[in-house]
Design a binder for this molecule. Structure first.
Ligand SMILES: NC(=O)c1ccc[n+]([C@@H]2O[C@H](COP(=O)([O-])OP(=O)(O)OC[C@H]3O[C@@H](n4cnc5c(N)ncnc54)[C@H](O)[C@@H]3O)[C@@H](O)[C@H]2O)c1
Length: 308
């Protein structure tokens, strides 16, 4: 049985812990924050409820998730450490240096970084060949893809082990062959976001209409036909003709749009402050979260049932 240690119990940690435990790993967790440790059991239980609704088999023979009071206790005997500490190179590098003195030489160390190069992280540990990117999507207990990223020093065996481990969780590993900033999922997402923000900022469309257009148009279609397959469906000649005049008209700005910075400057950060692009009340947030989780579960069940 794999012994997994999870470091960081913020947005991502609890859902990952629940996923690993339900798949039969022995899971221990640690967070520097006592509040995060205190909140974790309820969050892990809530994620486990969603996994049950997704019909994920319960192989929880690793026992209940252990919440540890120290990093040392958490990683003791671990085969796999997954770090989910904040997206900050110094915080992660410091953690890696601490881990170096605590784990065995053959323990795999995975980082859930959204885009910090794995090559920069693995320099901080005595066994860099065992360090690999394991980039989950939020909410991690619902979205089935995980990017696997090799840094310059990651061994092929570590990548292969991670791919097999993710398959063993019933999830979908996608190997990113170059350690590029943002990896693949966020590069594609941010290219889409840049164009969407630009269209709203230029007054081409209202935000709500844009969301309807993308969700019910390409969003709906892309969950069934990926973009490269879509090129074949549309015809590469059509892409060549349209891309020939349209690509040069698309947003290519290198900074973040004023539309966004004007809002952040006023403290309008989105759901967490009650307003961003849209306005929110606490009741509306609770309803939206429940509705969206239920829809994601329903869509994933349909897609899983039709998978080849
Ligand atoms: N939030 C997302 O949508 C998302 C999606 C994919 C990947 N990620 C990545 O996952 C990582 C974690 O993101 P998050 O959104 O869960 O962050 P978060 O800020 O919600 O949680 C981070 C947690 O780490 C704890 N922490 C800080 N330093 C620590 C240390 N030295 N040891 C132990 N615990 C420590 C904090 O107390 C906090 O609870 C980041 O690298 C992020 O880029 C986030």
């Amino acid at each position: 049985m794999t012994r997994a240690a999870l470091i960081g119990l913020g947005t991502m940690g609890p859902g990952i812990a629940a996923t690993l435990a339900r798949a039969g790993m022995a899971v221990s967790c640690y967070d520097v924050s006592g509040a995060a440790r205190g909140n974790a059991p309820a969050q892990i239980a809530a994620a486990d409820d969603v996994l049950a609704r997704l019909d994920v088999p319960d192989r929880g023979n690793g026992g209940p998730v252990d919440i540890c009071e120290s990093l040392e206790a958490c990683v003791d005997g671990a085969d796999l450490v997954i770090e989910n500490v904040p997206e900050n190179l110094e915080i992660k590098a410091t953690l890696f240096r601490e881990l170096g003195g605590l784990i065995s030489a053959d323990c795999i160390v995975a980082s859930d970084t959204s885009g910090i190069p794995i090559s920069a992280l693995q320099k901080n540990i005595p066994s860099p060949g065992r360090v690999v990117g394991m980039h989950w999507s939020n909410p991690p207990h619902i979205i089935p893809i995980i990017e696997v990223i090799a840094g310059d020093e990651t061994s092929a065996a570590t990548v292969a082990w991670m791919v097999e481990t993710i398959k063993g969780l019933g999830l979908k590993p996608v190997v990113v062959k170059k350690d590029v900033p943002g990896f693949v999922e966020n590069r594609v997402l941010y290219a889409l976001m840049r164009e969407c923000v630009d269209l709203v900022e230029q007054g081409v469309i209202e935000a709500e209409a844009l969301d309807t257009c993308v969700s019910w148009g390409i969003g709906y279609k892309l969950s069934v036909i990926g973009p490269m397959a879509l090129l074949d469906v549309a015809g590469l000649d059509i892409y060549e003709a349209v891309g020939g005049y349209l690509n040069k008209d698309l947003s290519a700005r290198a900074d973040v749009s004023d539309y966004v910075s004007a809002k952040t400057g006023q403290g309008m950060l989105g759901m967490k402050t009650g307003g961003g692009i849209y306005d929110y009340t606490p009741e509306k947030i609770a309803t939206l979260r429940a509705e969206r989780a239920a829809k994601l579960v329903a869509v994933r069940k349909i897609l899983d049932s039709q998978a080849p």
